[in-house]
Design a protein around this ligand. Sequence first.
Ligand code: SF4
Length: 116
Amino acid sequence: MGTHISRPAADLRPNAPRTQPPLGPACKADPESWSLDHGGLPDWLRAIRICVTGCPLVQQCWEARNRLYPNEHPVGVIWAGTAYTDTGEPLLTQQALVEYASDGNCRRRQRRTVAA
Ligand code: SF4
């Protein structure tokens, strides 16, 4: 005896609306969330999680990153689930991300103080 898989009746209608395929990777729709110049720790953790657990292109993305940066790292971005500092250092642990976010907040506060 097989398991009956039920589908919503709407799926079976010839003119039923189709679910729209995604328009592309989340980083394309919201590039600022993948930039370490913007946002902060919660945004970066969210972007990394989307790369690693929600992006069907992560393998191709990682291969592209390795092809484009064979001997160095990208700068100031989250790429294929890895965050890179403004000097291209990969932030491989959550603690490293926390420290970088904290340093960035200090620098932003200093810039605001100097500008005032
Ligand atoms: S894995 Fe690559 S393409 Fe996918 S969301 Fe992350 S950075 Fe974008």
